[in-house]
Design a protein around this ligand. Structure first.
Ligand code: ADP
Ligand code: 6PG
Length: 162
């Protein structure tokens, strides 16, 4: 989880591959209308995200009982609670990134990605940092991907603590 550009898709793919888990790419489940909004620099609202979160919850539940990795911004605590309800015991790896670093990454990929770089500030405005929530690992989003994958692997081998 984390704002656009923090590395969810890159790290999620690596973790799913290395853990032998199913990968659910959250961006693939946005409606066409939501993708269009974001490409036009219009931030999603709570209402825009409701159906998306419901679908992601269904996807998680469908894979319960085996390894599954979801890449999802999950910016607000209420969004994370919905996902936890769909899959009890769900853990969140939070990719912590500074605004300027996220902006630089999103601008660098702008030619090939639907997400408008003008929305980075709204991502930070919406973000509710998951400090103190159960089953959360904070990661430095600027660390090398291989290091982050290893941190997640070590974390997954420990029991979930509350
Ligand atoms: N740990 C990292 N180190 C260096 N570059 C990264 C790292 N994580 C992501 N990137 C790069 O940053 C950009 C955004 O990453 P991406 O995985 O698409 O983020 P998100 O899915 O959170 O929007 C991509 O160009 C990606 O290659
Ligand atoms: O809730 C949201 O506002 C969106 O989910 C938003 O976070 C976006 O979908 C991605 O972050 C952009 O795509 P990337 O995840 O590839 O940056």
């Amino acid at each position: 989880m984390g704002v656009a550009g923090c590395g969810k898709s890159s790290l999620g793919a690596l973790v799913a591959q290395s853990e032998g888990a199913v990968l659910i790419e959250g961006d693939s489940f946005h409606s066409e209308a939501s993708r269009h909004k974001m490409s036009q620099g219009i931030a999603l609202t709570d209402a825009d995200r409701q159906g998306w979160l419901a679908t992601l919850g269904e996807q998680l539940a469908a894979h319960a009982g085996r390894g599954v990795v979801l890449t999802c911004s999950a910016l607000r605590r209420a969004y994370r609670e919905r996902l936890r309800q769909a899959l009890p015991g769900l853990r969140f790896a939070y990719l912590d990134i500074a605004r300027d670093d996220a902006l630089a990454r999103v601008q660098a990929r702008a030619a090939t990605h639907f997400f408008s770089s003008s929305l980075v500030d709204s991502q930070f405005a919406t973000l509710e940092v998951p400090t103190g929530e159960p089953g959360v690992l904070r990661l430095d989003a600027m660390a090398p991907l291989a290091q982050l994958q290893q941190e997640i692997h070590a974390w997954l081998s420990q029991p979930l603590t509350h």
